[in-house]
Design a protein around this ligand. Structure first.
Ligand code: ATP
Ligand code: MN
Length: 540
């Protein structure tokens, strides 16, 4: 296909403050970005043709270094907490100026215009300005890709005007004292400048979660639309399922289902008439990836895909997916259409089923259970998982985590806002809500094992096919959820977690311990929660 050279959008770039004296690579194709990365010696092609790069010092997000500009317009709306750390205007200006000056000195810069939000009613124009060509390839893979004619300037001027801009400069190391940051790296969000600056970190996920963060503000606050940290897929009949869960719980893995169309793997909104994806790609974990267990993701690792922080088998270009020597959080990004049955555009009908995914390292929670609306709200506000070595820098041991709405690090507003909107929708649309434990069975981490992926898939399929309407349930004595006694494709003895533990007393003790953690965590929300939600707390 012939490619007409798009002209560089000089006017709108000038407004950003960028002087345009250097080489600007605007809107390059994935092939060109791969070539540029190879030319700079910053990547190697794998045997399947994917580009393999190292993100450098940071191989995961750095939530302690994420700042939000606190000014008149944001100060009273943002829920200032450990994830929404304020930075003042003076410091922001210092960082912004440093970023602009830094780009000025680079010999080449890669710029890409793209979109977020598959639903045109909510579309956001994004301009990504990158120090690295592979970082720009990530933006191509993960955001929505404009058609060329949507970018061509006409006699009225430039046709694409960015609503938001990302400036990503991993090589810019900040002086913490001067910039008001914690250390030399920072992700800084300004709603006033409509700008996200990622300095000092090459971890590509900072860009996507930056855009997610701002949409978690704009959509609920300004458009009355619920934004969610979830994956989504749908059947041929158009019934949609959404999967909430913290990092590593299975959103990406379980939404890739050969029998259903993939809407998206991480970030969605629920409007009055649909579900839509914010993104145009997937960002899948590759640790221990096998063709047999996760064929869709495995086959997406082809030319155009960007693989991060893996190593090859010695003297080959074959990726060793078991190698965690750089990080446990090895990843691949690819455009959605690399998955065979991706829904295009990524919009689905109203959800019929909601799955809350948790990876319970204590092995206490049942592998599948049905929640009442009160229990659903309780679980949503709690947002429990046990983090296993993963996405965040420094996490190598499993530990219990409670993260409101299964996404506290990305939520600028009070969690009660999202919970209230979700609760209303669950009631209004009579949605089935399921809790899925993709974590441990047969004992806690160390004794038991992680639930077999094929069993988790079978449980979800049974729920989606209404097969669990026909079976009988029993109630969990502590947590109160309804556990099916049988499920097609799954051995009945694993459905009640207590049965899988050799030592029943040990199970009861762990269940009590976990219940206490839930109760303690919920204390801070008790004042704002409804009676129905509060009544769904575990009983010790
Ligand atoms: P993130 O928000 O960081 O993208 P995620 O929720 O998308 O996280 P996945 O990328 O799907 O999480 O990670 C789940 C990981 O757990 C995968 O590596 C998958 O192979 C592994 N896994 C093992 N057993 C199971 C199971 N029973 N169910 C789901 N995933 C499992
Ligand atoms: Mn994911």
């Amino acid at each position: 296909m012939p490619v007409t050279a798009l002209s560089i959008p000089t006017e709108s770039l000038k407004k950003t403050g960028l002087k345009l004296t250097k080489t600007i690579h605007y809107q390059l194709s994935p092939e060109e970005l791969v070539q540029d990365t190879l030319r700079l010696g910053e990547g190697i092609l794998s045997d399947s043709g994917a580009l393999v790069i190292q993100t450098g010092e940071f191989t995961g997000r750095s939530p302690k270094d994420k700042f939000t500009l606190k000014d008149e317009s944001t100060s009273e709306h943002i829920h200032w907490n450990e994830f929404n750390i304020p930075i003042d205007e003076k410091k922001f200006e210092i960082i912004r100026k440093k970023a602009i000056d830094y780009f000025e000195k680079l010999p080449e810069v890669w710029i890409r215009d793209c979109y977020a939000c598959a639903d045109l009613r909510f579309r956001l124009n994004i301009r990504v300005i990158n120090e690295k060509p592979w970082s720009n390839l990530f933006a191509y893979n993960m955001f929505l890709r404009p058609k060329e004619n949507e970018l061509v300037a006409d006699s009225f001027g430039e046709s694409f005007l960015p609503d938001w801009q990302i400036l990503a400069c991993p090589g810019l190391l900040l002086d913490a004292k001067e910039c008001g940051t914690r250390q030399h790296n920072a992700s800084v969000v300004s709603f006033k400048h409509k700008m996200i600056i990622v300095a000092g970190s090459g971890y590509t996920g900072e860009m996507k979660k930056g855009i997610f963060t701002i949409l978690n503000y704009i959509l609920p606050q300004e458009k009355n639309v619920l934004s969610m940290h979830c994956s989504a897929n749908m059947s041929d009949n158009g019934d949609t399922a959404i999967f909430f869960g913290l990092s590593g719980t299975g959103k990406t893995t379980l939404s890739a289902d050969p029998n259903r169309k993939l809407i998206g793997d991480d970030e969605h909104a629920w409007t009055h008439d649909n579900i839509f994806n914010f993104e145009g790609g997937c960002y899948a974990k590759t640790i221990n990836l096998t063709e047999e267990k996760e064929p869709e993701i495995f086959h997406a690792i082809k030319p155009g895909a960007l693989v991060e922080n893996t190593n090859f088998f010695p003297d080959t270009n074959k990726i060793n997916f078991e190698d965690a020597s750089v990080t446990e959080n090895t990843r691949v990004s690819y455009p959605l259409h690399f998955i065979n049955n991706a829904q295009e555009p990524s919009i689905g009908g109203l959800p019929k089923n909601i799955f809350f995914l948790t990876c319970d390292a204590f092995g206490v929670l049942p592998p599948i259970s049905k929640l009442t609306t009160g229990q659903a709200m309780y679980q949503f506000i709690s947002g429990y998982t046990a983090k296993v070595a993963g996405t965040e820098t420094g996490v190598t041991e499993p530990k219990p985590t409670f993260s409101a709405c299964f996404g506290a690090p990305f939520l600028p507003l009070h969690p009660g806002k999202y919970a209230h909107m979700l609760g209303k929708k669950i009631r209004e649309h009579k949605v089935n809500v399921w809790l899925i434990n993709t974590g441990w069975t047969g004992g806690a981490y160390g004794t038991g094992n992680r639930m077999k992926l094929s069993f988790t898939r079978a449980m979800i399929t049974a729920a989606l096919n209404d097969e669990l309407n026909k079976v009988s349930f029993e109630t969990h004595p502590v947590f109160g959820m309804a556990m099916p006694k049988t499920c097609p494709g799954v051995p009945a003895e694993i459905l009640n977690p207590r049965n899988t533990w050799a030592d029943k007393t040990a199970y009861d003790q762990k269940a009590k311990y976990l219940a206490e953690l839930f109760i303690k965590n919920f204390e801070k929300y008790a004042g704002g929660a409804s009676e129905e939600t509060a009544a769904a707390a575990p009983k010790i």
